[in-house]
Ligand binder design. Structure first.
Ligand SMILES: Cc1ncc(C[n+]2csc(CCOP(=O)(O)OP(=O)(O)O)c2C)c(N)n1
Length: 378
């Protein structure tokens, strides 16, 4: 059978496909990325999670006229594959090869050289305001993960965008993970919003079921309605995003291309800032990455069948640092460890297990982490 991916190089090719073909394409892209990353290493889990989202974005918007800004940029492999760089992706992490992040010099479809997190909404808002000054009408879309949304800069930009009345679309890619499990109040808020969706769905199912039972069914539904109101008051959070000036759409299933296209189309016709909350699974479609998304966030070459790395790494600098810190902390109970969402990357995983009360993951919030450590208890 011919591969659909063979005939897709640019968004214009994507726009010719029907839904079934796009679903098939999503599977082929997953396989393609898996093959490349298992050989060359790279960011796997985040990219597997945004396959359908990226297909939907490039089906609905007209890039490069419409501007897409990926936060961090480690999840732009699918975007690169769909914007003329399918073959080059094979050179990922090789000398002189394609960048693993958006690069303006690489393609007209890339709008910002990134790497640091939490910058996308600021960049997109700047682009949107410049567009307005130039009397243009292209769309500007920022795609930010729930981890990156814990960064202060993202909140500052939301604050500005919310009151701006500027047409800008922020897509929140919520997979409940930073590199490790996401932390903090913003993460709890998103969980509550997702719960609301589950609650609405289950409520509708129950309603439909009891409505089919004559008379007594109606009574039960009315009773359930009373309970529902009680639960609603405690379970459903204040709509933070609406309160600060965004039109909130979602949460949407981030692996349902049709649902995604519907909401993206809708967002184009709304005036002012819009936030689309998309729920995705980090590592989607590859068992080992779904089970251990943190291990498969950024990874060196591995065996696809077993998920095991091809070369066993020796003790690296971070591990030596982490082990030494544990030794010191055993002797001095004033020693604590603070990380900005980099528990694994900074070698603090074992410290966190050994001293859970003395370990602080503050989210992607480096400024906060630095100021947070300034009191020595004396
Ligand atoms: C300022 C900054 N701090 C830390 C990092 C390291 N880092 C890269 S990706 C990432 C997690 C991002 O999580 P999220 O935005 O939810 O994206 P996901 O990978 O889950 O799709 C972190 C902490 C970074 N790139 N920039």
């Amino acid at each position: 059978m011919d591969k659909i991916l063979d005939s897709v190089n640019y968004p214009k090719d994507l726009k010719k496909l029907n839904l079934l073909e796009k679903q098939q394409l999503a599977e082929e892209i997953r396989k393609y990325i898996l093959e490349i990353v298992s050989k060359n290493g790279g960011h796997l889990a985040s990219n597997l999670g945004v396959v359908e989202l990226t297909i939907a974005i490039h089906s609905v918007f007209n890039c490069p006229e419409d501007k897409i800004v990926w936060d961090v940029g480690h999840q732009a492999y699918v975007h690169k594959i769909l914007t003329g760089r399918k073959e080059q992706m094979k050179t990922l992490r090789q000398f002189g090869g394609i960048s693993g992040f958006p690069k303006v010099c690489e393609s007209e479809y890339d709008n910002f050289d990134t790497g640091h997190s939490s910058t996308s909404i600021s960049v997109a808002l700047g682009m949107a305001r410049a567009r307005d000054l130039l009397h243009k009408n292209n769309k500007v879309i920022a795609i930010i993960g729930d981890g990156s949304l814990t960064g202060g800069m993202a909140i500052e930009a939301l604050n500005d965008a919310g009151s701006s009345k500027t047409n800008i679309i922020v897509i929140l890619n919520d997979n409940e993970m930073s590199i490790s499990k996401n932390v903090g109040g913003m993460s709890s808020l998103l969980t509550k919003i997702r719960l609301k969706k589950t609650y609405t769905r289950s409520n509708n199912c129950v309603k439909r079921f009891f409505n089919k039972v004559p008379i007594i069914g109606k009574t039960i539904v009315n009773f359930a309605h009373l309970i529902k109101r009680g639960i609603k008051q405690t379970v459903i959070p204040n709509m933070y995003f609406e309160d600060i000036g965004f039109t909130y759409l979602g949460p949407v299933d981030g692996h349902d291309i049709q649902e995604l296209e519907n909401v993206l189309n809708k967002s184009q016709h709304i005036e002012g800032p819009v936030l689309i909350h998309v729920s995705t699974k980090k590592g989607k479609g590859y068992k080992y990455a779904e089970e251990n998304p943190d291990k498969f966030h950024g990874i060196s070459s591995f065996n696809i069948e077993t998920g095991e790395p091809l070369s066993k790494s020796n003790k690296d600098y971070s591990k030596v640092f982490g082990d030494k810190l544990i030794d010191l902390a055993k002797k001095d109970d004033k020693i604590v460890a603070i990380t900005a969402a980099m528990k694994d990357g900074t070698g603090l995983k074992d410290f966190a297990k050994e001293f859970p009360d003395r370990f602080f993951d503050v989210g992607i919030a480096e400024q906060h982490a630095v100021r947070f450590d300034c009191w020595n208890g004396s």
